[in-house]
Design a binder for this molecule. Structure first.
Ligand code: PMP
Length: 448
């Protein structure tokens, strides 16, 4: 039974009550079946009800579920840090700080970056630059970094003005250029911002390798991150990669920055780390970043009561073992390739599918005016219409932002990395049926 007193995302809507999940499917208490085409919020990367993970959780819960991090460490947390370090880089080591949500991971990244400079006697480097059309979390520090106008608007007086540069949004290039003749002007904007603000005030630059919630999988041109890394190095600024959405296989690489052979100084993980089985996230800091802290105060000044709790750590460890054992990174490439091909073929029938972008199983679809390619006004609530019709047909897709962050309509398609070929075909079939229905009922503005 639904309670009137549980605060749900929209207080005037009725939400289906979930009964159980199995693989890529969810079932509600009315017996309706859904394909989880977006892994919830790009989180349930292994799908639902995976027995290996449930077994690992049981085993750990029977041993000990919680210890406080200043009193004990656990075998699970130690093993998790080892495994993340093994996966992330062949060139350097990364140390893991465990937290409980992506927002906390962002906050921790910010604090470690500032502390890195302080430990060297440099106290003025306190700003974190970021991009517009970005999302790094809902807590005030993370929201300060997030270039997400609709999530910022109520709290602007409390926020720092950290977003300062344009995203690498080729479909709507802020300079009306095309790649490669643009010469990556959007990346050079970072250098201009650093010079304007002064590198002596800036601790780090943070970016999502592929933009998630705020930009429906905006994917940069190939040399973009090499240029960003170079600018950060030349101006003595750390580079933080927010891999909360992109990390752990989602884009067809273990870490999305691997697509461009670039390494960050600090990397955040969340969502897919617990894969929805437990709240867990992590901030990984490279040896370079850890050294001054290690030989300085010896204390990373952050943490939460539930940080590194054994139950969550054991769950995340089992998730990583499952990804390795079932070669889910490879599967994300294979099924992602198939979905891209199928979705691109839909563009011929539905002129309002403007852009399809992303990598692996992180796919963004931006909707536009079919003739002019203008962004869809927010007053038409078109994203909402797409999500609602798909859900009615038993398909979950994730509402995203695009355009200028206020107007624009887009969704993210991001099924569990375990999806097989047959399920992918079923997904395409349901999406096509939903699009036919939407096409039938297109808002007048989109017909003109
Ligand atoms: N960073 C990114 C890239 C995200 O997509 C999100 C969540 N959408 C966050 C940070 C914040 O994570 P959480 O909601 O777990 O706090």
């Amino acid at each position: 039974m639904a309670s009137a007193y549980l605060i749900k995302p929209h207080l005037h809507r009725t939400y289906p009550i979930v009964q159980y999940g199995k693989g890529i499917y969810l079932y509600d208490t009315d017996g309706k079946k859904y394909i989880d085409g977006c892994s919830g919020a790009v989180t349930a990367n292994l799908g639902h009800g995976v027995q290996e993970i449930i077994n690992a959780m049981n085993k750990q819960a029977k041993k000990v579920a919680f210890v406080y991090r200043s009193q004990f460490t656990s075998e699970a947390a130690e093993a998790l840090a080892e495994k993340l370090n093994k996966h992330i880089s062949r060139h350097t080591h990364y140390w893991t700080f465990l937290v409980n949500s992506g927002s906390e991971a962002t906050e921790t990244a910010m604090k470690i970056a500032i502390q890195y400079w302080q430990e060297q006697g440099i106290n003025g480097k306190n700003k974190i630059l970021s991009r517009w059309l970005s999302y790094h979390g809902i807590t005030l520090g993370a929201l300060s970094m997030s270039g997400h106008p609709t999530r910022r608007v109520r709290f602007v007086p409390l926020l720092e003005e950290f977003p300062s540069v344009s995203p690498p949004y080729c479909y709507r290039c802020p300079y009306h250029c095309t790649y490669p003749s643009c010469r990556l002007r959007c990346a050079d904007e970072l250098e201009e911002a650093i010079i304007r603000i002064g590198a002596e005030h800036i601790a780090a630059f943070i970016a999502e390798p592929i933009v998630g919630a705020a930009g429906a999988a905006i994917t940069p041109p190939d040399e973009y991150y090499k240029r960003i890394r170079n600018i950060c190095d030349r101006h003595n600024i750390l580079f933080i990669a927010d891999e909360v959405m992109t990390g752990l296989g989602r884009t067809g690489k273990m870490f999305a920055l691997e697509h461009w052979n670039v390494e960050a100084d600090i990397v955040t993980l969340g969502k897919g780390l617990g894969a929805g089985y437990t709240p867990i996230a992590a901030t990984l800091a490279s040896e370079r970043v850890m050294e001054p802290i290690l030989y300085g105060s010896g204390v990373v000044m952050s943490g939460h009561t539930l940080s590194a709790n054994p139950l969550s750590a054991a769950t995340a460890l089992a998730v990583l073992e499952f990804i390795e054992k079932h070669q889910l990174v490879q599967n994300a490439n294979k099924i992602g390739g198939y979905l891209f091909e199928q979705l691109r073929s839909l563009q011929a029938s539905f002129g309002w599918i403007g852009d399809i972008r992303g990598k692996g199983l992180l796919i963004g679809m931006e909707f536009v005016h079919p003739k002019t390619k203008e962004m869809i006004p927010s007053s038409l609530a078109f994203t909402d219409m797409v999500v609602t019709i798909a859900q009615k047909n038993g398909l979950l897709v994730y509402p995203s932002a695009s355009g200028n962050g206020k107007d624009g309509a887009a969704i993210i398609i991001a099924p569990p990395l375990t999806m097989n070929q047959e399920e992918a075909a079923e997904f395409v079939d349901l999406l096509t049926r939903s699009f036919v229905e939407i096409d039938h009922d297109l808002p007048t503005w989109m017909k003109g």
